[in-house]
Design a protein around this ligand. Structure first.
Ligand SMILES: [Zn+2]
Ligand SMILES: [Zn+2]
Length: 159
């Protein structure tokens, strides 16, 4: 937000110069402080990485132990996936999908000849890949197959 807005000017008309002067401020300062504070306190939302899931939580109120700005942004019950998995840079998973993802935690495997694979907690492994980000897509396909969103993989008939 920058410059003067209509709402700001309207608010200014309601603030009395005398009242605010008693507190050592001008009406402009108080309004600008309020806008600044509102911007600083924006939520920092993290989205569940499960394909198609739109749930989010606010990492700021969650870390501070404060109630979230909206009830649906509650971070309790979420899990974080980090180092050692194939989720680059870590990821967050919502309570709806935590148990499925925990049962299928994808461990990163470095193979000879610059190839990568992943070993799932259930025993499934991905076809080795040279391009690392492909593994995440393959693992997501595996997850969606496991929860019944996708049909079981067909037998390979292309060779
Ligand atoms: Zn989710
Ligand atoms: Zn699995």
């Amino acid at each position: 937000m920058s410059g003067k807005t209509e709402a700001r000017e309207r608010l200014l008309q309601y603030l009395s110069v005398n009242d605010t002067a008693n507190e050592g401020y001008t009406p402009d300062q108080l309004i600008d402080d309020a806008i600044h504070e509102a911007i600083l306190n924006q939520p920092a939302l993290r989205t569940c990485f499960f394909p198609g899931c739109l749930r989010q939580f606010d990492v700021i109120s969650c870390m501070a132990g404060d109630p979230p700005p909206r009830p649906e942004w509650d971070g309790r019950g979420w899990a974080t996936l980090g180092a050692g998995t194939i989720i680059s840079g870590g990821g967050h998973v919502c309570p709806d999908h935590k148990s499925l993802v925990t049962q299928h935690l994808p461990k990163r495997l470095q193979l000879p000849n610059d190839r990568w694979s992943t070993e799932c907690a259930c025993g499934w492994t991905a076809q080795p890949q040279r391009y690392y980000p492909l593994l995440r897509g393959l693992w997501e396909e595996h997850l969606l197959t496991e929860n019944g969103t996708l049909p079981p993989a067909a037998e390979r008939t292309d060779r």
